[in-house]
Design a protein around this ligand. Structure first.
Ligand code: PMP
Length: 412
């Protein structure tokens, strides 16, 4: 993409939703950590697939089925390249991050970790990276330990070695969806590997926003969602080292994942198809492929820099608002492109409703599926603004103006 095209004003034109007005007000979409908007390139790819190529994959010997299979498998290669995996065989399509983590919990942890074994998580995990481990721990009698966080929003790594010494698995978030903290997952994985610990990285908030290399992190599993990176809802990815996938039991049984079935037993398909039971969401995978291309054209370095600028603007503007408390690290370099905060004693739900009603600003309020994190910080809920490639500094300034007016409106 030409340097001049790398501008949020130009990028917005690719997103039909931004032509939607409410009265005189355009949509100010600041809930990108929940899901992102879709560019025309993605929408068109999905429509074109269903209009032109729709057929089931892997089975047909006729033209459009072969084409559909090529499209589907082509995206696997694109994704492998996007996250710097060793091979397309390391890419398993799931529905989302949550399903990818559940796959690892049930296909890996349940079978490979011995009764009494230990899974280490952190206090800043999304429920998707807590509950699957709790379910499996309950079945198998495993222990779960959480690396604590500091009050300024970092992991407290002072007892990392102690935690990992007798651990079997580490499941850790790359970028927190509440604090924004970017964790040093490469260094942490290195330590984990010294103790022979298997590592899963929840990359739901990192892969869409910054260059991420599966090889360089050195983890065993990396999970993320297509819908948080301009792709459609309904497709996510698990990236996993080939040997580990080979050694794992299937997650779900059915068509696609078998090589032979008899009434007395079955043999599994090769990886990665062993983990893709049933008809996959081909149209969504095709849409994800278009999203990956779109992001690669823009360049993830630019995405990261742009989000840093917006975050810097937000932190600067917020610092001038009385009784506003930002949660998470002070340093922009340590943050992904989101800011969670409290404004005086205004309840985050009331604040989010007010911003929507008065300014057509969409922000998220609540515990953001991270209740243990909020509990640790002594909070029930926060308001979160999260940015992406189409957001502008003016939108961040409008949010700041909205917050100042909210103080008057709520007399807070
Ligand atoms: N992990 C993190 C850090 C997230 O932010 C999210 C989405 N909020 C998830 C996991 C779950 O993603 P999904 O709902 O797409 O499975």
């Amino acid at each position: 993409m030409e340097a001049a095209s790398r501008s949020p004003y130009r990028i917005r034109e690719d997103f039909p939703i931004f032509s939607r007005m409410r009265g005189p007000r355009p949509l100010v979409y600041l809930d990108n950590a929940a899901t992102t908007q879709k560019p025309r390139k993605v929408l068109n790819a999905i429509v074109l697939y269903y209009s032109n190529t729709n057929a089931n994959v892997h089975r047909g010997v006729y033209g459009i089925s072969i084409e559909a299979t090529e499209l589907y498998e082509g995206v696997r290669r694109k994704v492998a390249n996007f996250v710097d995996a060793n091979s397309w065989r390391e890419v398993v399509f799931t529905r989302n991050t949550t399903e990818a983590i559940n796959l690892v919990a049930y296909s890996y942890a349940l079978h490979k970790i011995k009764r009494g074994g230990k899974i280490v998580i952190t206090e800043m995990e999304h429920h998707s990276n807590i509950v699957p481990w709790q379910l499996v721990a309950g079945i198998k009698g495993l222990r779960i330990e959480a690396i604590p966080i500091t009050m300024d929003g970092y992991l407290d790594l002072s007892s990392l070695d102690n935690s990992l010494r007798d651990a079997d698995m580490l499941a850790i978030v790359h970028a927190s969806n509440v604090l924004g903290t970017i964790n040093p997952v490469k260094e942490i994985t290195k330590t984990a590997k010294e103790y022979g610990v298997t590592v899963l990285v929840d990359a739901a908030q990192s892969v869409p926003h910054m260059p991420v290399s599966f090889k360089q992190i050195g983890c065993d599993f990396l999970a993320f969602s297509g819908h948080k990176m301009l792709g459609p809802m309904g497709v996510g990815c698990l990236i996993a080292r080939e040997e580990i996938l080979e050694s794992m039991e299937p997650f779900m049984g059915g068509g696609e994942m078998i090589s032979e079935v008899t009434l007395s037993g079955s043999r599994w398909n090769e990886i990665p198809w062993k983990f893709e039971a049933g008809t996959p969401s081909v149209g969504d995978v095709v849409g994800l492929g278009a999203a990956v291309e779109y992001l690669q054209e823009i360049g993830l370095q630019w995405v990261r820099r742009h989000e840093e600028e917006l975050t810097r603007t937000a932190l600067q503007e917020f610092s001038e608002i009385p009784r506003l408390r930002v949660i998470g690290p002070e340093s922009v370099k340590d943050r992904c492109g989101l800011v969670s905060f409290l404004l005086s004693d205004i309840h985050p739900h009331d604040l989010a409703e007010y911003l929507d009603r008065e300014f057509n600003i969409a922000v998220r309020a609540g515990h953001h599926c991270a209740m243990p994190l909020h509990t640790k910080l002594g909070l029930v809920a926060t308001t979160r603004a999260s940015f992406y490639i189409y957001n502008t500094k003016e939108e961040v300034q409008l949010l700041a103006d909205g917050l100042k007016q909210a103080l008057e409106y709520f007399k807070a």
